[in-house]
Design a protein around this ligand. Structure first.
Ligand SMILES: [Fe+2]
Length: 373
């Protein structure tokens, strides 16, 4: 049996400068980030670090082609630690770079996942409040060559250090706050329901869920696109706790069904989760109305001051105020795609589906897609 452990050291700072001083960042370090982040937080400190800017290798979520190009570009560089400062994309790329041998390509990492070893110490500094990826062993890439978005999971990719710095969230646009906090909420709910969780992982999942819901409630009541900034520290903490929860218990059908929306229609990760969340939960309730889902309803009810029987509907309505949900067809998804999506999910996402609250068949997954369409 796998025991719960936290292998990553987690540090908290108020400012990036404090962290840079404590970590003694310098010329042997490779900072992987977006150029905007570099200019705002790193460059003014004149640290002499080496850099790699993600946007030079393509926009959006990481693809196998982009990561292969990055591995090529780094081949002749001599660096020790990797310091990833960014959202999910930057972190996913950094995890792959940290375990890649000199001649490896992305396909080699997927083909030899059980033999991966860490080649560089890895420090992860998140700049969004969603992925929790700073404490998980998963890197997700769109394998364009295989036509599938897929997670690569290995403990070799666990960060040595995760660093939470509230002021790095300062420049995050509202849309990124919305999609990333939705992602963290889905991590907490899916990991809470996972049959592969334990009492400790559920503690992280439930505390994350409660903190996200109470803060969303305040943000919506206070109104305006800036209100979330008052709770940036809480959202950053909650996404980290959700990461600790799902790092052990796993994510499940919501993520599995969302992946094709990301790989085919390039819908941002958190938003694609939102599009699937409600209909997956409705299917769970239909198939197994009594079980841990009642504990989830009780947690939501406590956080939002409603009764358990109205809790999920209240959550859907609150999430809709954080980010307006729309049917899949409004994102260009075609009805004819749905059957293929359901088939692909069964074929390629078993790593996630094994964590479902209830086992789902291909037909039931198709029904979920149709409901969301
Ligand atoms: Fe996620």
């Amino acid at each position: 049996m796998k025991g719960f452990s936290i292998k990553t050291e987690i540090e908290e700072y108020d400012t990036f400068e404090q962290f840079a001083k404590e970590a003694q960042l310098g010329e042997k370090d490779l900072v992987l980030c977006g150029e905007h982040t570099y200019k705002q937080y790193v460059e003014p400190l004149s640290l002499g670090v080496q850099t790699l800017f993600r946007e030079k290798y393509g926009k959006g979520e990481p693809t196998d082609g982009a990561v292969d190009a990055i591995l090529d570009a780094l081949r002749d560089k001599n660096f020790d630690r990797i310091v990833a400062i960014g959202g999910g994309t930057v972190i996913d790329i950094a995890k792959a770079v940290a375990v890649a041998a000199p001649e490896d390509k992305v396909d080699d990492l997927y083909d030899h996942v059980s033999e991966l070893e860490k080649r560089h110490p890895l420090i992860i500094v998140p700049t969004t409040c969603g992925t929790g990826s700073e404490v998980t062993n998963i890197s997700v890439m769109n394998r364009v060559s295989k036509g599938v978005k897929m997670g690569l999971a290995s403990d070799a990719m666990l960060a040595d250090k995760a660093v939470l710095i509230t002021n790095l969230l300062d420049s995050m646009p509202y849309q990124v706050f919305a999609t990333s906090s939705i992602d963290a909420m889905v991590h907490s709910a899916e990991s809470f329901l996972s049959p592969n969780g334990c009492s400790i992982s559920r503690l992280f999942s439930s505390e994350a869920l409660k903190l996200i819901l109470t803060c969303w409630d305040k943000v919506v009541k206070e109104g305006g696109e800036e209100a979330w900034k008052r709770y940036a520290a809480e959202f950053l903490e909650a996404s980290n706790w959700a990461g600790l929860g799902f790092g052990y218990a796993g994510c499940a059908a919501v993520h599995a069904c969302a992946y094709p929306l990301g790989s085919v229609y390039h819908i941002p990760h958190g938003q694609s989760n939102q599009l699937m969340f409600q209909d997956v939960m409705k299917m769970y309730k239909k198939l197994c109305p009594d079980g841990r889902i009642n504990e989830l309803e009780a947690l939501i009810a406590e956080s939002l001051h409603v009764t358990p029987d109205t809790s999920l509907e209240t959550l859907y309505a609150l999430m809709d105020k954080v980010l307006k949900k729309a049917p899949l067809k409004e994102f260009g998804v075609r009805e004819s795609d749905l059957a293929q999506f359901a088939k692909d999910v069964i074929q390629t996402q078993q790593r996630l589906l094994r964590n479902n609250y209830v086992e789902l068949t291909e037909e039931q997954i198709l029904e979920i897609y149709r409901a969301a369409f």
